[in-house]
Design a protein around this ligand. Structure first.
Ligand code: GLC
Length: 570
């Protein structure tokens, strides 16, 4: 089989040589509220996670990332933290958290927790004190309070908008406003204040001592606002990310934010082994995204371009090449993401006609996205084998392994995402990817989610078809494809000391395919054509095919339409 010459010769240090377990890891994201409910209150909890560790061990994941489980009024699903050093009683106890860490470690699974440093909950003790304190007081300077504009301070201080809709400034009633980049229940902290910096170092130390292995940093590009007086308007406040790649936006991705992470890295490196950290930084400029991953900073950063890519060969190939190039230049591992708790599920997203923006799904006029469910399912499986066939850190969002589609059936009165209200009922928001998981086909137990049958978001009847226990017995299921892929990945995709991969000869890939050869000798070939199969040479052995259904068995030499195959030369 012919293979084109390597286009990348750079290699980066890998797990085996550094003990950096995360570099080629599969990280499974758990949104605790929707994962498994052990106490029957209809909301998932830590005991529920403990009960599913065996499932996660069989799936083969290296780590779990837990979305917030801290005490919270849940104005934004827990990303509004009222106490950073405790567990919300709805999610369990600190003893259960300790138990989870110990059991996960016994199962060979690392624990990554979510840190939310851009804002607290409005119920946080600091913010409650700030509201009662006078303008200019030390209590208020932990947050961003500003006097309003206009004769009677009736106008917000700047044109800054909340990510969830409306002004980012909430009036306090005394002529002063506080900043909230997200919901009004999420006041922004003032990171120019040394007390805030100290507090977060202390919070991180607390969780390091608890034995967690790493941190996911929420909104990591938002902390360092330009608070020099007078505050500046943003050129286009409707854009929720910086417009220029020069750090000049007063809200987003400012150069000063990197100082914060250099301090954090020092702390992480004091631990043995050093703690992992991955940031969530939304900026359209890849070189700036990867600055957060510098070795003296967080060390890793989410790259969301795969999750955003439309189903098209050139876009996927370009995305994969670009992510690898930037990651390698920054000395970090590429990160691969197909979904998370903020975006419509991949098994629906990939079924929309090209040109449809599924995230901007407008409901006010009743319009819903047109989705081809069979195509979406096929493509989601093919995308999974692309992601899992790439060296780097792969993030799997709970339910993705089941091929679970987005739930578009939620009625307006059932929605809980603050985007629905703040956006004046324009966008349905993110609840459709947060519906509690189906574990069994039993409706009486909320499809195995809760013995009580309760579920904080209603589950549609079709969830039964995706139940984990049914898929477990079906060799061709999405779950079993993920299990096989993660297992094979361990020896075939993890690259030892050399992460360089070679792109496959374009002649082999046809007009709609692309692929690569790994140092292990395994090849990955993705076929984006909806109609044509690709034919592999006879001397190859197929290891895995995303369309191993009745029409396409894994022993053939065909790469079926809209599929990805993993194979080796005999
Ligand atoms: C991040 C989280 C999202 C949350 C927001 C505010 O983007 O992923 O769920 O709403 O930050 O904390």
């Amino acid at each position: 089989m012919s293979v084109s010459s390597p286009v990348e010769t750079t290699s980066f240090v890998t797990a085996e040589s550094t003990g950096d377990w995360w570099r080629d890891a599969v990280v499974y994201q758990i949104y605790p509220r929707s994962f498994a409910d052990a106490n029957g209150d209809g909301e998932g909890d830590l005991a529920g996670v403990i009960g599913k560790l065996d499932y996660l061990r069989k799936l083969g994941v290296d780590a779990i990332w837990l979305s917030p489980f801290y005490p919270s009024p849940l104005a934004d699903g827990g990303y509004d933290v009222a106490d950073y050093r405790a567990v919300d009683p709805r999610f369990g106890t600190m003893a259960q958290f300790d138990e989870l860490v110990a059991h996960a470690h016994d199962a060979g699974i690392n624990i990554i927790i979510d840190i939310v440093p851009n804002h607290t909950s409005d119920q946080h003790e600091w913010f409650q004190k700030a509201l009662q304190a006078a303008p200019g007081s030390p209590e208020r300077t932990r947050y961003v309070f500003q006097r309003g504009k206009g004769e009677h301070a009736e106008l917000p201080p700047t044109n800054w908008l909340s990510n969830f809709g409306g002004s980012a400034w909430q009036p306090c009633g005394d002529g002063w406003y506080y900043l909230h980049t997200f919901a009004k229940e999420q006041p922004d902290l003032n990171w120019d204040n040394p007390e805030v910096r100290e507090e977060f170092l202390d919070i991180l130390r607390f969780w390091c001592d608890k034995g967690v292995d790493g941190f996911r940093i929420d909104v990591s590009h938002g902390l360092a606002k330009d608070l020099r007086e007078p505050l500046r308007d943003r050129p286009d406040p409707t854009k929720m990310y910086p417009q220029a790649a020069d750090g000049s936006d007063p809200m987003w991705d400012r150069d000063a934010v990197h100082d914060i992470y250099r301090g954090w890295r020092e702390l992480f490196n004091e631990c043995q082994p050093a703690k992992y950290a991955v940031g969530e930084s939304w900026t359209p400029f890849s070189d700036r995204v990867f600055q957060y991953a510098r070795q003296d900073e967080l060390g890793a950063i989410f790259d969301f371009s795969l999750e955003k890519a439309v189903w098209n060969r050139d876009e996927y190939r370009h995305t994969v090449e670009r992510t690898r190039r930037y990651a390698i230049e920054a000395g970090t591992a590429p990160t691969w993401v197909l979904g998370n708790h903020d975006v419509p599920r991949i098994a629906s997203r990939l079924g929309v006609p090209s040109g449809t923006d599924i995230e901007a799904w407008v409901t006010s006029d009743g319009t819903e996205p047109v989705i081809d469910p069979a195509a979406a399912a096929r493509r989601a499986r093919a995308a999974a084998l692309i992601m899992l066939g790439l060296p780097g850190t792969a993030f799997v969002y709970q339910g993705e392994e089941l091929g679970l589609p987005e739930d578009f059936d939620l009625r307006p009165e059932e929605l809980q995402d603050p985007i629905w209200e703040r956006g004046r009922h324009t966008f349905k928001g993110r609840d459709g990817c947060r519906v509690p998981l189906p574990w069994t086909g039993d409706r009486e137990t909320a499809y195995g989610f809760s013995g009580s049958g309760k579920s904080w978001l209603p589950q549609p009847a079709w969830f039964a078809d995706y139940a984990a226990c049914l898929q477990s017995d079906d060799v061709n299921s999405s779950l079993n494809m993920y299990r096989k892929a993660i297992d094979l990945r361990r020896c075939m995709v993890r690259c030892g000391d050399d992460a360089a991969l070679e792109w496959l000869d374009p002649d082999l890939c046809g007009d709609d395919g692309f692929g690569w050869k790994l140092p292990s000798g395994m090849m990955v070939l993705a076929n984006f054509s909806a109609v044509h199969a690709l034919t592999l040479p006879s001397e190859v052995k197929m290891l895995l095919c995303s369309r191993a259904d009745d029409d396409h068995n894994a022993d053939s030499h065909q790469v079926p339409p809209e599929s990805t195959v993993w194979y080796i030369c005999r």
